[in-house]
Design a protein around this ligand. Structure first.
Ligand SMILES: C[S@@+](CC[C@H](N)C(=O)[O-])C[C@H]1O[C@@H](n2cnc3c(N)ncnc32)[C@H](O)[C@@H]1O
Length: 462
């Protein structure tokens, strides 16, 4: 959970954390991804700065509208403008926690919750280098403390402030899920669970569970090879990381390898493979030869690192992985003409299904990105289908909840490929609680995903 500030402790000072977060918020508002921007944070401050920055991303609609209500003209200094929004986001949470006198931690949601006076004091300190704005900052925060209810009531008349998503997300989800769109928006604004996939070639779920218990890390078993930590941790603190006992992978993402169901001896293509979450899962499940392809050379290096950490490549299993860097749609640049038994097309998408893990994505994507990304996905899967052998299968996967990247895409593919027979698979998975599953009821739901499975008919198919 959030490191609290104790006098004399080595936790970073909140004023420094706020200033760093403000720089990241400013970067996102200028179009840079938060994970790229966070790389610039000193290591010792990174967990705290990331937690506060994520928190602000989940409240950016509200605090932007509050800022508009209190400061008629946007401040000329974009760093100050971002700092004001960081401070308002923390202040809103502190006031909502209802206790202005003591520091609190919200262990259920892992949110940074500070006392009101701490937020105001530290924000003003953070503005030290901006003397022209210090009084304005102080005045806004004190006004918000006094008039929070009235200001919030006014602010949430704006749907972006109400839902903390750009208006087009609300419209798109309402169109797609007229019954559930509000629940969905609220769920998408929660922190995501940390789920581990156990590498059964190296260990068992019982061994990992016992090691976690010994390390006092509360967790729940969610399947034969899946467990969820009740509190996310840096991977290096969790027993078994270096030994390759497990990978961090959401429960919805773990379904890909299960639907593709690799069998010993098969030749399998993972066409958009980096950083290798699904490549490694496929290799854990069966003795296959995998081609791992990705157009991003830097991301592709992480596939190899993961294969090595999980002990999935070794001298004993020499030829089981081929890495290729190329555009999957340009077969002439990478394919040797030998068809594959199974192809995984985990296509690039808007990442709308994993917005809990990347809360900046909503502020970076534009409505037109959905159509543009869907066209790119069609280009990729049309090419990949040619590499599937008759009787072979292709799993289309996307971590999106927009139908344009899911069901509409699958139907378009089926219409345009008469040799494709659609087989049962999950279809659209929404990141909402499964009310019928009592066991899962106090665990956060898995990510939003879409799966469609096709088998190729024709000469040679059995
Ligand atoms: C959803 S991510 C894949 C995640 C990966 N399957 C995993 O489980 O770890 C999509 C990947 O597609 C890659 N990509 C984007 N366009 C591509 C293209 N035209 N050809 C091949 N890979 C592409 C991106 O670099 C990115 O790594």
């Amino acid at each position: 959970m959030w490191p609290m500030m104790h006098p004399g402790s080595r936790s970073p000072k909140l004023c420094d954390v706020m200033l760093h977060s403000a720089r990241h918020v400013q970067a996102v508002l200028a179009g840079r991804s938060l994970s790229d921007s966070l790389v610039d944070t000193p290591a010792a401050m990174r967990p705290a700065v990331q937690a506060v920055s994520f928190h602000v991303m989940r409240r950016l609609g509200l605090v932007t509208e509050l800022r508009r209500l209190m400061v008629k003209r946007p401040p000329a200094d974009p760093l100050f403008d971002a700092l004001l929004r960081v401070a308002l986001a923390l202040l809103e949470t502190a006031l909502a926690a209802g206790d202005a006198q003591s520091v609190q931690t919200d262990t259920a949601s892992h949110e940074p919750v500070y006392a009101v006076y701490t937020v105001v004091d530290q924000a003003v300190r953070a503005a030290h280098a901006m003397p022209a704005y210090k009084n304005l900052l102080n005045a806004c925060l004190r006004r918000y403390v006094r008039e929070r209810k009235v200001l919030n009531t006014l602010a949430i008349k704006n749907p972006e402030a109400r839902w903390n998503f750009p208006a087009w997300w609300g419209r798109a989800l309402r169109r797609a899920y007229p019954q559930d769109w509000q629940t969905l928006l609220m769920q998408l604004n929660q922190p995501a669970p940390m789920t581990l996939r156990i590498n059964r070639r190296q260990t068992s779920i019982e061994t990992v569970s016992a090691a976690l218990t010994q390390a006092a890390m509360a967790h729940r078993l969610c399947g034969p090879s899946t467990l969820t930590l009740m509190q996310p941790r840096p991977v290096v603190q969790i027993p078994g990381f270096d030994a390759g006992w497990w990978s961090v992978q959401d429960a919805s993402a773990q379904l890909a390898a299960q639907w593709l169901a690799p069998r010993n001896g098969e030749r399998v293509l993972d066409a958009c493979a980096a950083p290798g979450g699904k490549t490694t899962h496929l290799l854990e499940l069966a003795d296959i030869h995998v081609w791992a392809l990705d157009s991003d050379a830097q991301r592709l290096t992480r596939v190899w690192q993961n294969l090595e950490r999980l002990r999935l490549v070794s001298d004993d299993r020499p030829q089981n992985v081929t890495l290729k860097c190329a555009d999957a749609a340009q077969l002439q640049h990478w394919w040797d003409g030998q068809p594959f038994d199974a192809v995984l097309a985990d296509v690039p998408c808007t990442a709308s299904g994993v917005v809990r893990r990347h809360p900046d994505v909503r502020w970076l994507k534009r409505e037109e990105d959905v159509v543009r990304t869907a066209a790119q996905q069609r280009r990729i899967v049309d090419a990949l289908w040619q590499t599937v052998k008759p009787g072979g299968r292709m799993l289309y996967a996307s971590c999106s909840i927009f139908p344009e990247e899911g069901e509409m895409q699958a139907q378009h593919f089926a219409r345009n490929h008469t040799d494709a027979r659609r087989m049962p698979a999950s279809g659209q998975i929404l990141p909402v609680q499964d009310a019928s599953n009592a066991d899962a009821s106090n665990l956060p739901p898995g990510d939003g995903f879409f799966y469609a499975l096709f088998v190729k008919q024709g000469k040679g198919a059995s």
